[in-house]
Design a protein. Structure first.
Ligand code: SAM
Ligand code: SF4
Length: 503
């Protein structure tokens, strides 16, 4: 998918759990059952137990049924990690007796989980808060979570005095305390520390996707890319213990999840804090070994920490998906240095060669920023030539957006928006051609697909291959959601495949 400068759309689309498949805020239809649409023709019921983990099911149901603490509406913007943070925040609230509702009108607590990776995303937050202004006078509590909360801090109270709670993602473990203060009538509560070595683990996670579970294994970021707000908004890197990760994966498998996706801004920088000191590749293998787990995904990998043992793990264990998202950002070593990306074009290409030499084909996708301060036409062409050389399976591309607190803010950003837009369009056109040609070569091949969507059109289904290609296919079967089927490819477009159920 080539998605213009819409970073949220990109993060979502690349994610295994795209916004189009986002479960709308769950409706409680009967005790212990969530009614979920998942953008499909017909809603279907999922037992609440299947949407949770590490949970005492009866406790949740008791709390929800009691509904002692009112209702909450939670809206999420941004990347897959934000989506998953929201799943954990929702679980936390459900376990405290709040009930999730579909509209701000029906809620006593309105939460907005935000993204500030580029300017437009941050601006959107304040326009949305404006819409909530009169809600406070109706007695509703309004809270801002996530990256904008961390970045703007108490400024939010000045710009939007109707907000009562501001909590950055590095402080989510303080949310229960903050909620207690709000329940006690406190008007203003904040959680803005980033100097933490703790990860955000919850007893209950209200998972949106009934088949694929997300698990953050590393939070924050210790890299210092000169354009990026993440180290400021998500705090320093901290990894979750391998024992706790594996325990949760076992619980997820028992609950019927067959695919897990390990998340982190630099997921492969994982550093196990337990005495076991599992390497990232060992963790991948251990997760794949859990009975009931059929697919293991991971995102996002940083090129500098992408080591041969990760490729060996993919080669040796078919349950580890044959897809690596390895953001390059630029094809020019000079620009990479200015971005503080810690590798050169040649070093990046060595990582690609390592994957191309694997005994199993590996799909490779990337992120690219065009119009970084000082990027010359020649340097932009170096990025185009990298595209030719690597032949990516998918690409997410962005116009450079200057962000507060970042080192690149002080670099001269004199390129006109028009020129940034031109470069983006040229890059995307070229990638579209590459994807068209690559996907056309897949016609006639068979793939295993995890079925995750049912079209409103009869007998039409959709799902993902292990290489994370979206495939729409026809089948006469009555119920396929959540199952793995063989699909033969009959047609291709740049962003998806067409096929028939092969029995
Ligand atoms: N940790 C990942 C990595 O190292 O590649 C990136 C995470 S970031 C949420 C996703 C993508 O947003 C980045 O890969 C980059 O392409 C893009 N991005 C980050 N900051 C940006 C900025 N200031 N302007 C434009 N794009 C940006
Ligand atoms: Fe941002 Fe760089 Fe960290 Fe990725 S590795 S989150 S781009 S600072």
């Amino acid at each position: 998918m080539v998605d213009g400068d819409n970073i949220e759309a990109v993060c979502r689309a690349f994610s295994a759990h795209s916004r189009t498949r986002r479960c709308p805020p769950a409706r409680q239809s009967k005790a212990g059952v969530i009614n979920c649409d998942l953008g499909m023709s017909k809603p279907f019921d999922i037992e609440l137990e299947r949407l949770t983990s590490q949970a005492s099911y009866s406790e949740i149901v008791r709390g929800v049924a009691a509904g002692q603490r009112g209702t909450f509406f939670l809206e999420t913007f941004g990347c897959q990690m934000n989506d998953h943070d929201s799943e954990k925040v929702a679980g936390l609230l459900l376990s405290r007796g709040y009930q999730q509702v579909e509209t701000p009108e029906a809620a006593s607590l309105i939460l907005y989980n935000t993204c500030s990776i580029r300017e437009k995303a941050a601006q959107k937050v304040f326009s949305r808060l404006g819409e909530y202004r009169e809600k406070q006078s109706e007695g509703k509590v309004i809270g801002v979570l996530g990256c904008v909360a961390q970045q703007e801090g108490e400024e939010i109270f000045k710009r939007a005095p109707w907000v009562s709670l501001v909590c950055g993602s590095a402080s989510y473990r303080k949310l229960p305390d903050m909620l207690t203060q709000l329940e006690a009538g406190n008007q203003r509560v904040t959680g803005l520390d980033t100097d933490t070595d703790a990860t955000f683990e919850t007893e209950v996670t209200r998972r949106d996707n009934p088949w694929r579970a997300y698990l953050t294994i590393i939070e924050g970021c210790d890299k210092a890319c000169s354009y990026c707000v993440v180290p400021f908004t998500r705090g320093p890197e901290r990894s979750r213990g391998s024992d706790s990760i594996l325990k949760e994966v076992r619980q997820l498998a028992e609950l019927g999840y067959s695919e897990v996706q390990l998340l982190g801004q630099t997921v492969n920088s994982y550093a196990d804090p337990t005495p076991r000191k599992m390497r990232f590749s060992e963790l991948l293998l251990a997760v794949a070994d859990v009975q009931g787990i059929r697919r293991v995904r991971f995102t996002t990998s940083h090129p500098s920490d992408f080591t041969p043992d990760i490729v060996e793990a993919i080669e040796g264990q078919p349950k580890i998906c044959d897809h690596v998202h390895l953001p390059v950002q630029s094809g020019s070593t000079r620009v990479l240095r200015a971005m503080q990306r810690t590798y050169s074009r040649e070093e990046y290409l060595e990582k690609i060669a390592m994957m191309r030499d694997a005994n199993r084909p590996i799909a490779i996708t990337t992120d690219i920023i065009v119009g970084f301060p000082g990027e010359t036409e020649f340097e932009f062409e170096e990025t185009l030539s990298l595209l030719e050389e690597v032949q990516y399976d998918n690409l997410f591309s962005f116009k450079y957006s200057p962000r507060p607190n970042t080192p690149s803010l002080s670099m001269s950003d004199s390129m006109l928006e028009e020129e940034k837009g031109r470069r983006l369009a040229v890059l995307q056109d070229r990638q579209r051609e590459i994807q068209s040609a690559k996907n056309a070569r897949l016609v006639g091949k068979r793939f295993e697909v995890l079925v995750s969507g049912k079209s409103r059109r009869e007998n039409q289904w959709s799902g993902y291959t292990t290489s994370h290609r979206m495939i729409n296919f026809a089948s006469q079967e009555r119920e396929l959601l959540g199952t793995y089927v063989q699909v033969r490819v009959t047609g291709a477009s740049p962003n998806s495949l067409l096929g028939d159920h092969a029995v």
